[in-house]
Design a protein around this ligand. Structure first.
Ligand code: AMP
Ligand code: GLY
Length: 445
């Protein structure tokens, strides 16, 4: 009997829990959570509600459960060193150590690492540590005619990156944020704004071997037509080739190569192997594939596209990664499906979401049709009612032989839910995909 401790309780963690649950191995899943996820509740042996950022508490729980391994979903508990804390009591994790997680937590760490190890994937960039160097930052801003991105050097819950045109127009606004970042984190990164189409390539790694999952495109803006404020991600698509209609196999090979090189660079730089998820945010530009950023965890919603079509035993993947034996798996196996994921969100999200509104779930059973899946995120079950808790609420996955079929499957599942909710209907539609493809043609020239 395998015992697994899963940390976190969002849509991503519900999908992780389901992937563990689907393993043919005998198992018990324990969940350390901020709140009870109604989906995880059906699968886990026990849910322990508490502060997942409290490492003493985490260790106490793990001591009691004695899991074979832990898997940590969100960036924050990974970033503060949950893996290191668990290692102290002999529990291994499918998640990187605090040092390795700098790959996500510190933008300057990653840019400097790529530079030092000659990995050609960064835009022009400069790291500043001195508040006084306004004139040097002004020069960088002017050199790129204001087309720059300002990156805080630490985790700010998705609010750490300011992009010219989207978040600021003049130097003063950019400088104000740069100074605040230096004051808070000791550093800020300024970089050239890249033009192109973005995609995510999430790879599972053990420090030696890199196994890719399907390439995915996320849709960050809250409203249709890519308008409105940025969110954690309103939905994601991936086609039946496990790629995107506007990507070539060469694009994916290049991204894979960047991840292999970066994984090796981390081992050389830190003397530690990166174990867990290397989630590359890449962009196809006129100058080839560039790296926007790495995350050290599964994406949310990206995990909702990937895990339901994963055929390889997920418990085996986690254990092999921990043992440094991922190469024994060969390649990950996925069902030959395109996937479309859309998040149902409370009205007003993300700026002023309604809270505690009731969601009506008209699925007859909790078993979806074979081509759809539903994952719960920011919702709670109270007195038999399903209530909105303010953030992305329900992730709906459609699968199909084409993106069109996947989108239809997703839409018909969405129809079973009602309440004060909205979602981006345009994600996964032919017209939006066409728009992306045209843009890509323009970029490639
Ligand atoms: P976040 O996920 O909050 O870190 O935001 C990152 C987003 O900022 C990316 O998805 C990109 O859209 C954008 N971004 C970051 N760096 C660059 C860059 N150098 N050029 C263009 N866009 C960027
Ligand atoms: N979907 C974007 C993220 O997980 O960071």
């Amino acid at each position: 009997m395998k015992k697994i401790l899963l940390v976190g309780n969002g849509g991503r963690e519900h999908a992780l829990c389901e992937a563990l649950f689907q393993s043919p191995q005998e198992k018990e899943i324990y969940n350390f959570a901020t709140a009870i996820n109604p989906g995880i509740k059906k699968l886990a042996k026990e849910i322990i509600v508490g502060n997942i950022m409290d490492l003493v508490e985490l260790k106490r729980i793990a001591q009691k459960i004695q899991p074979d391994f832990a898997i940590i979903g969100p960036d924050d508990p990974i970033g503060i060193g949950s893996t290191d804390a668990l290692a102290e009591i002999g529990v291994p994790s499918f998640a990187p150590t605090k040092a390795c997680a700098q790959l996500e937590g510190s933008k300057s760490f990653t840019r400097n690492l790529l530079k030092k190890y000659n990995i050609d994937a960064s835009p022009a960039f400069k790291v500043f540590e001195n508040v006084q160097q306004t004139s040097l930052r002004k020069k960088f801003f002017d050199d790129f005619r204001g087309q720059i991105v300002v990156k805080a050097d630490g985790l700010l819950g998705g609010k750490g990156v300011l992009v010219a045109g989207d978040h600021f127009t003049d130097f003063e606004e950019a400088e104000d944020f740069a100074v605040k970042s230096i004051q808070k984190f000791g550093r800020v990164v300024l970089e050239e704004k890249l033009l192109g189409e973005e995609f995510s390539l999430i790879s599972l790694v053990d420090g030696e071997t890199v196994l890719d999952t399907p390439a995915i495109q996320d849709h960050k803006r809250a409203f249709e037509g890519d308008t409105g404020p940025n969110t954690g991600g309103m939905g994601c698509i991936s086609d039946e080739r496990h790629s995107l209609p506007f990507l070539t196999s060469q694009d994916i090979k290049q991204a894979h190569h960047i991840t292999v090189q970066t994984m090796k660079a981390i081992a050389s730089e830190l003397g530690e192997k990166f174990v867990g998820v290397m989630y590359g945010g890449f962009i196809v530009t006129a100058r080839g594939i560039k790296l926007i950023e790495y995350n050290a965890r599964f994406g949310d919603p990206e995990a909702l596209n990937i895990l339901p079509i994963l055929k390889t035993d997920f418990i085996d993947i986690c254990e092999k990664a921990i043992q440094g034996k991922l190469s024994e798996i060969g390649e990950l196996e996925f069902s030959p499906y395109a996937t479309v994921v859309k998040y149902l969100c409370p009205n007003g999200y993300p700026t002023n979401p309604v809270k505690n509104g009731e969601i009506f779930d008209r699925r007859k059973t909790n078993v979806c049709s074979p081509v759809s899946k539903v994952f719960f995120a920011s919702v709670a079950e109270e007195n038999g009612k399903l209530l909105l808790k303010g953030s992305r609420a329900i992730g709906v996955v459609g699968m199909g032989k084409t993106l069109e079929e996947a989108n239809n499957a997703c839409e018909s599942e969405i129809k079973k839910f009602s309440g004060p909710l909205f979602y981006r209907k345009d994600i996964g539609t032919q017209s939006l995909i066409q728009k992306r493809t045209e843009h890509m043609k323009e970029i490639r020239g």
